[in-house]
Design a protein around this ligand. Structure first.
Ligand code: HEM
Length: 437
């Protein structure tokens, strides 16, 4: 099997694990103290978050590698480096998961593993950077997606290294500066994997519609620069609650608002997207692109409201933040990644399979309930945080309990939906799919 496909299979395995740990986490929401002695929430959360982040990064790397091979007919330079990258990840990930299970931490939120384990990831990513540059050869006249991939690879390495600056005492000893750098790096890191994923979706859209005009148009490049601008400066809304200079807040709010331009453009093209949908509606990747389109719309509206400093004070540290990070990583990132996974592993599969239909509908319908449950719990908690009479914490938690139950049940349905899609992919690969259509 080609290395790019191995990356994708490993990514799907990580998603499978991530979903299991997510279910365990919601049980601990509903039944506080569940499995506390052996598998506490302090372990479940990083196990879940790291597994799903690896799903996104590995799948994005495998997809970029695969599409790079498709668009540069001369093939990839230094294929050995793709193997090195794969083996670096394959050696680090099990160690990271085992260290969490054993309760060995030492990192920071989102990368809670010991910093030594970051080394193979850095080496693997440098290999990615080298073979990407070498394979593209020259940058002039490249379509926008090549620029997006390049930006994503460079910025991921930069922000990943930046997220470890706390290891240097100069940064660690200044708490405000330390937290600012930390949150800045996380915000921009998400922006960089989005570059890899959005670039791949433009490539896939060109491929499906057999029209290469879009990816070389001036509009495509303007949107790319807007995305780059957001990647570099949009992180400001992560630090509203820190006592930094007020101008940082104003600038970051201004930058977040540039996303309105993207939103406006999307609404403008919405109708045409729907009419194109008629033509391609029988293709699985197109179905996922369409689902992502709807989720982008919902998530951007939520992000813009959350970026308003007055609202941010309410939403900060509530389940609204969790709703937003899971809404974007599932609704946008994972839907787009599933479109690529089906394009690469799915052998031009059409949507007529019952297994696919059930899986697809389950994932999307339960995600709506999942997201709404977290949003409602977050809004209620936000009001509680700002309420000066402050009812007891336990009283507030009992009000939130029904929403945690629906979060858990919809989360289980969401996971089952993904498992059905895995099964579908497996049957396609083993050529038995027609039996269950
Ligand atoms: C593709 C699937 C998923 C992705 C990409 C994903 C992503 C994430 C991310 C990024 C976070 C960190 C949120 C933050 O700190 O703001 C998170 C937390 C969490 N997720 Fe997921 N998730 C997925 C599926 C699920 C499912 C199916 C469940 C439950 C059945 C679940 C349960 C949880 C829980 C309990 C947390 C911890 C929330 C907290 O700290 O209070 N996730 N997830």
């Amino acid at each position: 099997m080609e290395t790019s496909k191995k990356f994708i299979v490993l990514a799907l395995i990580m998603l499978g694990f991530g979903l299991l740990f997510g279910i365990l986490g919601t049980f601990q929401y509903v039944l506080p103290g569940f499995l506390k002695t052996v598998f506490s929430f302090e372990k479940t959360r990083p196990l879940h978050v790291s597994s799903v982040v690896f799903w996104i990064i590995l799948a994005a790397a495998g997809v970029v590698q695969n599409y790079l091979n498709e668009c540069f007919k001369k093939g990839m330079k230094y294929p050995i480096l793709t193997k090195i990258q794969y083996w670096m990840f394959l050696s680090a990930i099990p160690l990271i998961l085992i260290s969490y299970i054993l309760g060995i931490f030492g990192g920071r939120e989102y990368w809670e593993f010991h910093p030594v384990l970051a080394l193979p990831i850095i080496i693997g990513w440098i290999a990615f950077l080298i073979y990407f540059f070498a394979s593209v050869r020259e940058l002039t006249k490249q379509p926008v997606y090549v620029w997006m991939w390049l930006t994503g690879i460079v910025f991921f390495l930069f922000t990943f290294l930046e997220s470890y600056l706390w290891l240097i005492p100069y940064f660690r000893n200044n708490i405000i500066g330390d937290m600012t750098v930390q949150w800045k790096s996380y915000g921009a890191m998400v922006g960089s994997w989005n570059m890899l994923i959005y670039g791949s979706s433009i490539y896939l859209m060109d491929k499906i519609s057999e029209d290469k005009k879009n990816s070389s148009s001036i509009t495509a490049f303007l949107i790319y620069f807007l995305g780059l601008f957001n990647l570099m400066f949009n992180w400001g809304h992560h630090i509203y609650s820190l006592p930094t200079a007020p101008y940082i807040r104003y600038i970051s709010y201004g930058v977040s608002m540039t996303e309105l331009l993207l939103l406006g453009r999307m609404i403008y093209y919405w109708k045409s997207t729907l009419s194109t949908a008629k033509k391609y509606r029988h293709e699985v990747p197109y179905k996922f692109l369409l689902a992502a389109d709807i989720w982008i719309f919902i998530m951007l509206a939520q992000a813009i409201i959350m970026s308003i400093p007055a609202f941010n004070l309410y939403t900060h540290g509530t389940h609204i933040t969790v709703a937003h990070s899971m809404g974007t990583t599932i609704g946008i990132n994972s839907m787009l990644l599933m479109a690529f996974v089906y394009d690469i592993l799915g052998k031009n599969q059409l949507t007529k399979s019952r297994l696919f239909k059930i899986g697809y509908i389950m994932v999307n319908a339960s995600l709506i309930v999942f997201w709404l449950s977290l949003m409602t719990a977050g809004i209620l908690r936000g009001f509680w945080q700002m309420d000066h009479s402050q009812n007891a914490f336990s009283q507030m938690m009992s009000i939130l309990a029904p929403f945690f139950i629906s979060f858990s049940l919809s989360g289980i349905a969401l996971a089952i939906g993904f498992y059905l899609l895995f099964r579908h992919l497996y049957l396609i690969r083993s050529k038995k799919n027609y039996i269950i259509l």
